[in-house]
Design a binder for this molecule. Structure first.
Ligand code: UDP
Length: 450
């Protein structure tokens, strides 16, 4: 939108930002994109991992939610317990903020966009007659996988006990049982999770951080299932590049190190902001990497192994043996790393942001999924789009073979050609008249028509 159009006539968009890094980043990118279109923006956030206002336009309003001292996720028995506490603790405070905003500008001039894990915002908004749009930062393909998983639980069966994990789930090709989200949560909890973003929960629309050409089929399934407008406006980091919003200390020295490495010679390794593993897995990874003889940059987040301060759980001799060709940092500037000429492959947990960033930079993946949508994403990266290989067995010799296939063999080169083609398609999608830009325009008009 042109700057001369007065922002006061546009509704205030109140976005909820969740404490998870992988959710918060795209939410803030979405806020920046809508702000550039002309909307005034308010960000409601928990006090756990709050966004830093100084990284954002000065006219963003920040609405801290009294979250009753919400603890970090590790303090809860399960992910679901943490989400319940987040929703219970923040609801009253969000309602107070909205009440105050309505008193100053009326409910016709407010629209809420809520992160799907912060469904308290939808309940409050709908109660106050304010349109509530859900924002999803997972892959769209996760949605059908989630439904498949619910069906299995409703039949009283357990994924882990009752199925051959390598078999395709009937009616859910290409997903195998092993790709579905793992959880032993009771059926009622699954139903609640589904209803949080289903039709009964009345989202006015869904915004998805994905791209039409990539997930057309899943997006159509979602539209048919929920019967509300679906806006695929990703990848948001390309729609509105913005400064890093990380609460982690970013170690940029790795870029200087990468500058000195030959083109496409370095494997970048990162498992995102939440995944955890046991020490044995870390040991196998380290020795597989050492045996591969390839250069590497490892973003080894403290806390990746429970109780790990940092490097002390790496096997003895590993750092000395690989010092000449490897660098380990705590937190890397991932988007810059993936865009660097020296990076030839990305060994990843397949979080959706990491997948989008890898595809946008034309980097092939070694996929080692852990939880949530990562199994689904890994399946698409490896089996459907054929731009990655899935590591099925975390064992040093298998890892050595996998790194060689991706970094050295013809197979890796063929995947690289494919992913570079996709990188060009991403550029088109986010360019003028591209599908993601058109969806963003559609979203703007949708909000204005409320
Ligand atoms: N990231 C980063 N540096 C790191 C590790 C991760 O900047 O060393 C960023 C990465 O670019 C991505 C996000 O953290 O935007 C991780 O999100 P993703 O969805 O891949 O995984 P999650 O953390 O949600 O499991």
């Amino acid at each position: 939108m042109e700057e001369h159009v007065s922002r006061r006539r546009w509704p205030l968009v109140v976005l909820t930002s969740s404490p998870f890094h992988g959710h918060m980043t795209p939410t803030l990118q979405l806020a920046t994109a809508l702000h550039a279109k002309g909307f005034p923006i308010a960000i409601a956030h928990s006090n756990l991992n709050p966004p830093n206002p100084s990284n954002h336009p000065s006219d963003f309003t920040f609405l801290p939610l009294s979250d009753n001292n919400l603890s970090t996720i590790e303090k809860y028995a399960s992910f679901t317990d943490f989400i319940s506490a987040l929703n219970q603790n923040c609801k009253a405070s969000f309602k107070e903020h909205l009440t105050r905003l309505i008193m100053s500008q009326g409910n016709k001039s407010i629209v809420v966009i809520f992160d799907n894990v912060m469904h308290f915002a939808r309940i409050v908004a709908v109660d106050m007659n304010i349109p509530a749009i859900v924002f999803r930062s997972t892959s769209a393909a996760y949605f059908p996988a989630f439904l498949a998983r619910l069906q299995i639980r409703q039949q009283g069966r357990f994924l882990e006990e009752d199925f051959a994990m390598q078999e395709i789930v009937p009616n859910y090709h290409p997903l195998r049982y092993k790709d579905l989200p793992f959880s032993t949560s009771p059926v009622e909890e699954w139903k609640q999770l589904v209803s949080n973003f289903s039709q009964q929960a009345h989202p006015s629309a869904i915004i998805w951080n994905t791209i039409k050409f990539l997930e057309h089929e899943s997006l159509t399934q979602i539209h048919n299932h929920l019967q509300v407008p679906v806006f695929a406006i990703g990848p948001l980091h390309k729609i509105k590049p913005s400064s890093y919003v990380s609460s982690h200390q970013v170690d940029t020295s790795c870029i200087t190190w990468l500058d000195k490495q030959p083109p496409k010679s370095v494997v970048y390794i990162s498992f995102g902001s939440l995944a955890t593993m046991d020490a044995k897995v870390l040991t196998e990874m380290a020795w597989g990497l050492a045996k591969s003889n390839q250069r590497f940059l490892w973003a080894l987040r403290p806390g990746l192994v429970c109780g790990l301060e940092w490097l002390e759980l790496l096997p003895e001799g590993f750092v000395g043996e690989t010092r000449e060709r490897g660098l380990i940092v705590k937190w890397a500037p991932q988007k810059d790393v993936l865009a660097h000429f020296a990076v030839g492959g990305f060994w990843s947990h397949c979080g959706w942001n990491s997948c989008l960033e890898s595809i946008s930079s034309g980097v092939v993946m070694i996929c080692q999924p852990f939880s949530v949508d990562q199994g689904v994403n890994a399946r698409y990266m490896s089996y459907v789009w054929k731009i990655g290989l899935e590591l099925e067995q975390v064992e040093r010799e298998e890892i050595r073979r996998m790194i060689k296939r991706v970094m050295v063999d013809e197979e890796g080169e063929e995947m690289r050609v494919r992913v570079n083609g996709m990188k060009e398609m991403v550029k088109e999608a986010v360019g003028n008249s591209g599908s993601s830009q058109e969806s963003l325009e559609g979203l703007v008009n949708f909000i204005l028509s409320r």
